[in-house]
Design a protein around this ligand. Structure first.
Ligand code: AP5
Length: 219
């Protein structure tokens, strides 16, 4: 099963992908995580992407498509959830072509909807552990001890693009360049809308019901 997860910054895509990985054994491909990994490794692609990421703009399509095409070629039979890709019409069309080349198609598009007013607080409060990867939120999913990883790894960190100013730009970018993809996929008839305004468990419950229904339908 190929799942595309759409939603504005801070909607909870990464948080909910954990459920899809744990329960449905889908591989998680996050374009943002791959870009941050490239950045850590100091690759040429990351150097070209850096200023766009830091300002909350989209990285140009040619760089992203080249990077994600490499990953898509390696998708196994177990299926994948694409988180943060595609983000433009051009990327969506390239994804369709890349999947067609390996005899696959997008099976379901999850449109995670959250009111703009909630997004800034979610993003600026996000913390993560660079050692074990655990994710937290200062208010909605706090660590036991402030700013410290529960697993004893030490201090938590904050993404450099999670400042209020950059988040506002990322939200604007989403509305200007990405939200139109919902319509693109609606024309393909495979969009499921999901209310992301409720708490993490509530979203997970509804997401589980949606995916269970897709799995049943595919049988
Ligand atoms: P990327 O890393 O993809 O960031 P994003 O899309 O802005 O998404 P986020 O990771 O901020 O949000 P999320 O929905 O995953 O939220 P999360 O679950 O963590 O992209 C970063 C940059 O890379 C882009 O700006 C761009 O420059 C570049 N880029 C990446 N892909 C690209 C592409 N395809 N094309 C061009 N450029 C690209 O949740 C956030 C917080 O909220 C957490 O702390 C969590 O605990 C909390 N939370 C989650 N759900 C809930 C809930 N229901 N209630 C309360 N709190 C919640």
């Amino acid at each position: 099963m190929i799942v595309v997860f759409l939603g504005p910054p801070g909607a909870g895509k990464g948080t909910q992908c954990k459920l899809l990985v744990d329960r449905y054994k889908l591989q998680h491909l996050s374009s943002g995580d791959i870009l941050r990994r490239e950045r850590k490794e100091g690759t040429e692609l990351a150097k070209r992407a850096q200023s766009f990421m830091d300002s909350g703009a989209l990285v140009p399509d040619d760089l992203i498509v080249e990077m994600m095409s490499r990953e898509i070629k390696q998708i196994g039979d177990g299926g994948v959830v694409l988180d943060g890709f595609p983000r433009t019409l051009g990327q969506a069309q390239e994804l369709d072509k890349a999947l067609a080349r390996v005899g696959k198609r997008v099976d379901v598009v999850l449109d995670l909807q959250v009111d703009d007013g909630k997004l800034e607080e979610r993003v600026t409060g996000r913390r993560s552990c660079t050692k074990c990867g655990a994710a937290y939120h200062t208010t909605f999913n706090p660590p036991k001890q402030s700013e410290q990883c529960d697993a004893g790894c030490g201090a938590l960190s904050q993404r450099p693009d999670d400042t209020a100013e950059v988040v506002r730009n990322r939200i604007k970018t989403y509305h200007e360049q990405t939200s139109a993809l919902v319509e693109y996929y609606e024309r393909q008839g495979n969009v499921a809308h999901l209310d992301g305004n409720v708490d993490i468990e509530g979203v997970s419950r509804r997401l589980g019901e949606l995916i269970d229904a897709c799995v049943m339908e595919a049988k």
